[in-house]
Design a binder for this molecule. Structure first.
Ligand code: 6PG
Length: 251
């Protein structure tokens, strides 16, 4: 099931997402005692992460049972401003999520043996996949919720057009590489099998600059297909949450 929900502006989108996430978290914890969410990178969800760390959301989010992952990461040392988690980690701590519940994507640093960057990138992806595999439970999705953004080229997570990771079907995580704006090109990303196994997939898309790509993704079968068009939950729900600026000519 796929649904598009429109809210007035980025603030309203963030508040709607925060309300849904807390509701989904409480339901998951009531059902099986834990809630797993994979966060999106980029700028769109920044306000959402601030909201979840503050009242009224903070005190109703079941933080002790909430586990946090990332849908993708830039291959940079921990603490680097170019990583997706760097600006979010303090907010997760402020929200009261226990440190052992927070799973940054590993970064395999350069060592004296000067292992090449490719192998360090691949090893980081492998380590992240091993982390995720410890959470796999028969009959349960890997993630209760995965948040995704949409790039103006139709990418999502770090699944970029014409890149190798698009066709990975036998792994949960893959290394990838692609230039996009001024962002670090070496990436680690959940693959489509991992994304599509989520119980709920929530895209957040805001701003006039995303209007054209959102219309193409939602309305126009393309060849080659845009990466975001390959997001199709195997048994869960797909939600598009966008503001009016990103949708005014789409709907
Ligand atoms: C990343 C993200 C990426 C992002 C889109 C949209 O690592 O950059 O995971 O997939 O969600 O590029 O980014 P904005 O929200 O900044 O437009």
């Amino acid at each position: 099931m796929s649904e598009v929900v429109v809210r007035k502006d980025p603030e309203a989108v963030a508040r709607q997402a925060a309300t849904w996430i807390v509701r989904w978290a409480r339901a998951a914890v009531a059902e099986r005692g834990q809630f797993r969410i994979a966060l999106a990178g980029g700028g769109t969800p920044a306000r959402l992460y601030e909201l979840l760390a503050r009242e009224p959301y903070r005190s109703i989010l079941p933080v002790a049972q909430t586990e946090v992952f990332w849908g993708d990461e830039r291959f940079l040392p921990h603490g680097n401003a170019g990583r997706n988690d760097t600006h979010v980690l303090p907010l997760l701590s402020e929200a009261g999520i226990p440190g052992q519940n927070i799973n940054p994507v590993p970064y395999v640093a350069e060592t004296s043996d000067k292992s090449c960057a490719d192998s360090r990138l691949a090893r980081s992806a492998h380590l992240y996949e091993k982390q995720l595999q410890t959470r796999l439970e028969p009959g349960h999705p890997l993630m209760d919720v995965i948040l995704l953004g949409l790039g103006t080229d139709g990418h999502t997570a770090s699944l970029f057009p014409d890149t190798a990771a698009l066709s990975v079907t036998d792994h949960l995580v893959a290394p990838n590489r692609s230039a996009y704006e001024d962002r670090h090109p070496e990436r680690i990303t959940l693959t489509f099998p991992a994304i599509n196994a989520s119980r709920i997939i929530l895209f957040m898309v805001t701003g006039r600059g995303k209007r054209d790509i959102l219309r193409r993704v939602l309305d126009t079968p393309e060849s080659p297909v845009l990466p975001a068009q390959l997001v199709a939950p195997t048994s869960g729900n797909l939600l598009w949450l966008a503001d009016e600026a990103a949708t005014s000519s789409v709907l």
